[in-house]
Design a protein around this ligand. Structure first.
Ligand code: AHR
Length: 659
């Protein structure tokens, strides 16, 4: 098998092509990337029930909290003098005896690492109390970290205002499954709200460090956020409202998550184990923009177009209703929030939050996964958004939607709509967002999917993943076979870089034991992250994007007959040729690489390789396979290439070479 390089260059490749799609699904934000360690810190959570057309959320302010000892004090969830009106409920705690307190055992429990520091803060209103507050992390009666802070006294017969307290905990030992405990040193009554605990090493005081680093390592070109179906909500009430996600975290109104209602049915009483999945919005739009800046990705926020999730709901706001203007205004104000001068209303808020410089927003998604039906006039909505946005901000590139299933009539209708509109207005739509969750075989059979696409409107492969198997909470659904199918399909996407400009795998994160969707790119728990084979595929692409294609003149099609999938590009910045090659067969293959003179391609090559891990029957290996994504080998090496590249069975290689 041969592959010959040539000196001629083909189409330009969008340098930001390989990006990320972040959605708060599978506890990706709260309980995940958001470094907050406590659950329901503002006593604002809901418990969710229901079915399409009949959803309801019951306030459950005490969720996650309980007395630290049996019969150990009274916990009342009250309102009347809230810290802020957005989350009106708070805790009124009465210790009948000294030392009584309450605890939070968030998610799978508190995990502390020996020697690390954790910042605790809370607001308290001292109603009848003079002593210290005792803060600790405990398991089975043993304290692994503890500290005290004195309650500030307030003169009698004055307004007892909320006071913020801060302290640092230092872990004496490592512990898992512990509880956060806040106790009163003396008997008395105190009211509490917004109780928070964060690792001191949280990036920018917001992002869990290990998860953040996984994202940064991917070298993403862009970040699409905040979803996904979460943009739409099950109802218009729990749709994502970006304006409620900015400003002081204490004032961000908690909302129930669309994913708290995933999988409800008659057998489970329209209520699942994720019924308390809520959004604190601790990672809100300001933090998403900041994240983009910190990981070097272009921001791509997605906006609601007056439609609740088309899968899960019938709710919508009619385009002729006055409230619809709010949705359009949200889009205009978002652009001002991201890019406006600090003198503008929304630019001022950004500056006040700590970022006077613009965030450099260039792209906006109009709707998530929307499609036109007899009832849903998505195309009209897109037109209204496009008109209003481009009238004020013609430079903003807009992303349209083609709906959920790539081979359907809905797709064809959507593309007809965008093509027709683009004929009269080339700025109408920059790229159309296509989603496909398909079997690995589909990816192999459709590597040339984009070869014949019309080039007038570009494509954003906004959500894709190979699904050898799927479901909830199934790390086993992430396999090397699935990832290789994705890598092979991406050779076709890259080869069509003149039409596909953006691509992102989905979903990104899943907390083990808390996932509503699998496969996912990065699994994690409270202690660690577990990157999947798909993660390495994305990393290898993210780190190895050329600036221009090298034409292959059908050689790639010949190689596919041998189960080899390739693409060639050139990185003009470093003058390195880049080869991506998937060996989808179970045999070792040898690829002869030739230069433009038909000479063996020689030089120092840097190779990144993903392949199957040898069978490991140890107890540890078996256990890992059950509860973790399939283990794979990933490595980097350099070698003096002498015209021959050996491809291991079931492997993916990204090779850079200077000729
Ligand atoms: O990625 C999971 C979900 O798949 C997204 O929220 C939605 O856009 C799609 O249906």
């Amino acid at each position: 098998m041969k592959l010959k390089l040539e000196k001629n260059k083909g189409s330009k490749i969008n340098e930001e092509m390989i990006g990320l799609f972040f959605e708060d699904i599978n506890y990706a934000a709260d309980g995940g990337l958001y470094a907050e360690m406590l659950e329901n810190r503002s006593f604002a959570f809901y418990e969710c029930y229901g079915d399409k057309g009949d959803y309801y959320a019951k306030p459950d302010p005490g969720y996650g909290w309980r007395p630290a000892q049996e019969n150990g004090g009274e916990m009342q969830y009250v309102t009347g003098s809230p810290l802020y009106r957005e989350n009106p409920c708070y805790l009124r705690f009465t210790a009948a005896e000294p030392g009584q307190g309450f605890q939070n055992q968030a998610y799978s429990g508190i995990f502390l690492e020996k020697g690390k520091e954790y910042r605790v803060s809370f607001y308290a209103r001292q109603n009848a109390y003079e002593g210290n507050f005792l803060v600790s992390v405990k398991k089975d009666g043993k304290a692994y970290a503890e500290a005290a802070v004195a309650c500030q006294s307030v003169p009698k017969n004055t307004w007892r205002k909320w006071i913020r307290y801060e302290l640092t905990l230092r872990a004496e030992e490592t512990v898992k499954g512990a509880a956060f405990v806040l106790a009163l040193e003396e008997a008395g009554t105190v009211e509490f709200d917004f109780i928070s605990m964060m690792p001191a090493d949280a990036v920018a005081g917001v992002f869990r460090k290990d998860l953040f680093e996984r994202l940064k390592e991917l070298h993403p070109g862009f970040l699409r956020f905040p979803g996904g179906c979460i943009v739409e909500g099950n109802t218009m009430e729990n749709r994502y409202r970006w304006k409620e996600s900015v400003g002081m975290p204490e004032r961000r109104k908690a909302n129930f998550s669309r994913w708290s209602l995933h999988g409800t049915n008659a057998e489970n009483g329209w209520h699942t184990e994720y019924a308390h999945y809520n959004q604190t919005l601790g990672i809100g739009f300001y933090e998403y923009f900041l994240l983009c800046e910190l990981i070097g990705a272009k921001p791509l926020p997605v906006l609601n177009v007056g439609l609740a999730c088309q899968y899960q709901s019938y709710e919508l706001v009619e385009t002729d209703a006055p409230e619809f203007q709010e949705f359009i205004q949200d889009a205009l104000d978002l652009i001002e929030f991201a890019n406006g001068a600090p003198e503008t209303a929304w630019g001022a808020l950004r500056a006040q939050m700590g970022h006077p410089d613009p965030f450099g927003l260039e792209m906006v998604g109009i709707g998530n996964e929307q499609w036109e039906t007899e009832r849903v006039d998505f195309f009209a909505r897109y037109r209204l958004f496009e008109g209003a946005i481009h009238e004020k901000y013609p430079e903003i590139r807009l992303i349209g939607s083609a709906g959920p299933d790539i081979t359907s009539e809905r797709y064809r209708n959507a593309w007809e709509f965008y093509h027709e509109a683009a004929a009269g207005n080339p700025n109408f739509c920059y790229a159309v967002d296509e989603h496909y969750y398909v079997k690995p075989e589909w990816f192999y059979e459709h590597v040339d999917f984009y070869d014949d696409y019309s080039r007038d409107v570009k494509v954003f492969a906004g959500e894709y993943a190979a699904h050898p198997d799927c479901g909830m909470n199934n790390p086993g659904a992430n396999t090397l076979a699935g990832a290789l199918a994705e890598a092979a399909f991406l050779t076709g996407i890259e080869k069509n870089a003149d039409v596909v400009v953006l691509a992102s795998y989905a979903p990104l994160f899943a907390r083990i034991g808390y996932a509503q969707w699998s496969p996912d790119m990065i699994w994690f728990d409270e202690t660690d992250t577990y990157p999947t084979a798909s993660y390495y595929v994305q990393k290898m692409y993210g780190e190895n994007m050329g600036t221009v294609l090298i034409p292959m003149h059908g050689q790639e099609k010949e190689l596919r007959r041998e189960n080899i999938y390739v693409n060639l590009s050139l990185d003009e910045r470093t003058e390195e040729y880049i080869l991506k090659a998937v060996n989808a067969s179970k045999e070792t293959k040898t690829l002869e690489l030739l230069d433009w003179n038909d000479e063996p391609l020689r030089g120092k090559a840097i190779l990144k390789e993903l392949q199957r891990e040898p069978e490991n029957d140890s107890v540890d290996g078996t256990e890992r396979r059950r509860s973790r994504p399939e283990a794979v080998l990933y490595g980097e090496r350099s070698e003096e290439l002498n015209g021959v590249l050996t491809l291991a069975p079931e492997s993916f290689v990204a090779l850079r070479i200077k000729v």
